[in-house]
Design a protein around this ligand. Structure first.
Ligand SMILES: *Cc1c(COP(=O)(O)O)cnc(C)c1O
Length: 399
């Protein structure tokens, strides 16, 4: 997910334009800003890129989820279903609304299992957040069909899959809202930043107001101070420097994905020497943003052995099942309901624990995750690194 690899002169030029104007705020200052509205331009360019009608920039991918949930009216007691393999941010945003995160199994796409989603829907389910993990598609068509049948809105957490598509359609544009992250390690980066896309004008309007303290942005002779509001909001505003960097990065996105696809090809061929190896199911290879190459060994024992050999030979892979930030059984702070609030909120309400999380609740995911290993695919892949990886895999094939 390496927008930072191609950070360069274009980003610098964009930032200098902002510094020359001296206007860092995305609203107001019309006289000083020399016609430059970087965040607004970035929103327009991003919506156009993803083929959505509207985009709302915010401070992070986590904020994007929070703003989308808030604009959908999610609150205390509501249940929001997501998957047990995602970054903690997905369920942090749900908890931050006072809602209760409910977790589904993943299938061989390493994303939400639609059959398990269907089982976990209750009358309290008010939103579904499938996550397009590691740059590739969740079964979004099946998920949308189930969601429509139950009349539940879908937010696609597309933080890891900017530039990815399914049958030509951009991920993030299937659900009511698609959210993106531009943090330091994502496919395009603004340092910190996020985006919500939607084709529902009312929803966009509420997101736009919520992320700016409720400001309705209706032109007013009294300026910003005279603007109206219809509900309580918060501050998740992106600043002009981030918008400027975003414009430069977005212009590189398709080239980043193309380079990753070429490099993923190398990883896939190199990994194929492992006996019994199987690749993660990718629903549409043409639409894969190719940020990661994930493969599965026949069992946990072999995955552990291969993992060790790769590490010993300078080509360490990611083992998500051991990672503390992306996988349900390892989220001890969630499972134990650790909160710094005196009354235990959001895990406890009215003195009662609202939900108890069983670490063994997702056995199908566990059986998949314990066999999986992942290489991050870089944009720039040196010949030297290729040699190291290929040699390590040859060693691992004989372990
Ligand atoms: C990175 C990420 C986020 C959060 O984005 P930030 O910009 O870091 O707040 C949310 N969901 C997933 C799946 C992510 O990978």
């Amino acid at each position: 997910m390496p927008g930072f690899e191609v950070f360069g002169a274009e980003e610098k030029k964009q930032v200098l334009e902002v510094l020359d104007s001296g206007v860092l705020f995305r609203y107001e200052f019309a006289a000083q800003r020399q016609g430059k509205w970087k965040v607004l331009e970035f929103e327009k360019a991003f919506a156009e890129y993803a083929n959505a009608s509207y985009a709302q920039a915010v401070t992070s991918g986590t904020a994007a989820l929070k703003v989308a949930l808030a604009a959908l009216g999610i609150g205390a007691g509501d249940e929001v279903i997501t998957q047990g393999f995602t970054f903690v941010a997905t369920w942090e945003a749900i908890l931050d609304c006072g809602a209760i995160p409910v977790f589904t199994e993943v299938d061989m796409t390493l994303n939400m299992d639609p059959a398990d989603l269907e089982k976990k829907i209750t009358p309290r389910t008010k939103a579904i957040i499938p996550v397009h993990m590691m740059g590739a598609q969740a079964r979004i068509n099946e998920i949308m069909t189930i969601a429509h049948r139950h009349n539940i809105p879908v937010i696609e957490d597309t933080a890891q899959a900017a530039g990815a598509r399914l049958q030509g359609r951009h991920l993030g544009s299937f659900g009511a809202v698609g959210t993106f992250s531009f943090d330091a390690v994502k496919t395009i980066t603004t340092g910190e930043g996020g985006m919500c896309i939607t084709s529902d004008h009312g929803l966009w309007q509420r997101m736009s107001e919520y992320q700016d303290h409720g400001h309705d942005h209706v032109p007013n002779p009294g300026g910003r101070g005279g603007e109206g509001r219809s509900f309580v909001g918060f501050n998740y505003r992106m600043m002009e420097i981030q918008g400027a960097i975003g414009l430069a990065q977005l212009a590189k996105l398709d080239d980043i994905v193309a380079a990753q696809k070429r490099n993923k090809q190398f990883y896939q061929e190199a990994v194929s020497v492992l006996p019994g190896v199987q690749f993660r199911e990718i629903l549409d290879k043409d639409g894969d943003s190719a940020t990661f190459c994930t493969f599965l060994l026949p069992d946990k024992k072999q995955a552990t052995a291969v993992h060790q050999v790769l590490r010993d030979h300078g080509a360490g892979a990611i083992r998500w099942s051991e990672n503390g930030w992306h996988y349900y059984p390892n989220w001890e702070h969630l499972l134990q309901g650790k909160s710094y609030c005196r009354d235990g909120w959001p895990f406890v309400a009215h003195g009662k624990r609202r939900v108890v999380y069983d670490p063994q609740a997702l056995p199908i995911s566990a059986a998949i995750m314990e066999r999986a290993l992942t290489f991050q695919v870089p944009v720039v892949l040196a010949e030297e690194q290729k040699t190291t990886v290929a040699a390590a895999l040859e060693k691992a094939a004989r372990c």
